[in-house]
Design a binder for this molecule. Structure first.
Ligand SMILES: Nc1nc2c(ncn2[C@@H]2O[C@H](COP(=O)(O)OP(=O)(O)O[C@H]3O[C@H](CO)[C@@H](O)[C@H](O)[C@@H]3O)[C@@H](O)[C@H]2O)c(=O)[nH]1
Ligand SMILES: [Mg+2]
Length: 193
């Protein structure tokens, strides 16, 4: 099913373009009752991304990262964020990008990675679609310390946590990142039983 016949884009204005693009779109939308309504929406386009939860069924552990996120800090979160490893695609294929991020951010060279779902992370304002992966890992796959690219400002700590502890950290507010919550809950439902 297409909804293209319900949308007529009339005007798109570029508001800002430094590293990424912020636009304002004016469009007509045909409402459920058939009436056309003009709307204006700001749209932030940073491209798409990929995220990964490595898991080990024998040790019942997962690998996460901890890093500073200025937008969360600006919104009152006074701590480093605990997240899954993730990166922006920069036009690469999601699987290739997430394998590279796993090496850069957590220092693991993974064997099989498996996409489990795609998710729009903030569809009212941001175009981003996130490709979410899981992968089995073990100690033999560790090839380095991870940590990210210091010259891009990354300063990433690698955390290996028991899945039960990570799930408890969602409940008590120590994990507040959406993609991380989604992947941990996926793991609880489908991987660790
Ligand atoms: N100079 C500059 N650097 C930026 C800016 N925005 C991001 N960066 C830098 O660009 C790099 C992007 O690193 P990635 O690992 O590719 O991306 P990410 O920030 O981890 O993104 C992941 O998480 C985001 C938040 O959940 C997701 O939005 C994204 O899709 C991806 O999953 C980081 O070094 C980051 O600091 C900016 O406006 N200016
Ligand atoms: Mg990243």
């Amino acid at each position: 099913m297409s909804i293209a016949d319900r949308v007529r884009v009339k005007h798109v204005e570029l508001l800002s373009k430094r590293r990424y693009e912020l636009k304002s779109a004016t469009f007509d939308y045909r409402r459920a009752n058939g009436e056309w309504q003009t709307q204006v929406r700001e749209v932030y386009d940073r491209g798409n991304g990929a995220a990964l939860l490595p898991y080990n069924l024998t040790t019942r552990c997962v690998v996460l990262v901890r890093q500073f996120r200025f937008p969360a800090f600006a919104n009152g979160y006074d701590d480093l964020l605990i997240e899954v490893a993730a990166g922006m695609l920069d036009d690469a294929e999601p699987e290739a990008r997430i394998r590279a991020e796993a090496e850069e951010e957590i220092g693991y060279r993974l064997a099989h990675v498996r996409k489990v779902f795609e998710a729009f992370t903030s569809p009212g304002a941001v175009t981003e679609k996130l490709h979410c992966f899981v992968a089995e890992y073990d100690a033999a796959m560790r090839i380095g310390d991870g940590g990210g690219l210091a010259d891009e400002g990354e300063d990433i700590e690698v955390l290996e946590l028991a899945i039960d502890d990570a799930l408890a950290m969602i409940s008590d507010g120590r994990i507040v990142d959406a993609k991380t919550i989604m992947l941990l809950q996926y793991a609880a439902l489908h991987l660790f039983r």
